[in-house]
Write a protein that binds this ligand. Sequence first.
Ligand code: GTP
Ligand code: MG
Length: 146
Amino acid sequence: MVIDVPPQKRFPADNFAEWNNGHPLGLRTVHAYVLVFDMGNLETFRYCRSMRDQILDSFCHRDFSIIVVGNKYDTISETQANSQELKDISTLVRKHWRCGYVECSAQYNYKIGDVFRELMGCTSTGSAIGTDFSQSNRNKGRCTIL
Ligand SMILES: Nc1nc2c(ncn2[C@@H]2O[C@H](COP(=O)(O)OP(=O)(O)OP(=O)(O)O)[C@@H](O)[C@H]2O)c(=O)[nH]1
Ligand SMILES: [Mg+2]
């Protein structure tokens, strides 16, 4: 089951915090966290960083995965896409955090399949991966079958 939750001010630090907030979302009993930021507003990556820190601080086990997703790829220019800031984010997430990292566009169904492949722990392969943005754009509105 995949659940989409509204922005959380804080990740529940323990089970008591989870069940005491009036609207328990089950945030502490998941297999994976997908932290999404807006590639057109890199400030939003801070939230992902903060959530990751809070998640890791709140568990003494590591029986879950964290995947970071840069969404709204369609809103950025080629220059922005190749910017040092984005490279730094990618390196931080992949090399230092050792987490999956995908840049996608939910609006254009661009690399959304990769997000789910990362979730399943699969290496990205297959035709959808090789498609560039313009080709993916033609598939707008279609559902990606995994
Ligand atoms: N251009 C572009 N816009 C997008 C993309 N994904 C989402 N949006 C737009 O961004 C806005 C916010 O999308 P939401 O899905 O509501 O984002 P959210 O972060 O889940 O927001 P809340 O659930 O309201 O907290 C909407 O206007 C979407 O159409 C994308 O890949 N590209
Ligand atoms: Mg939402």
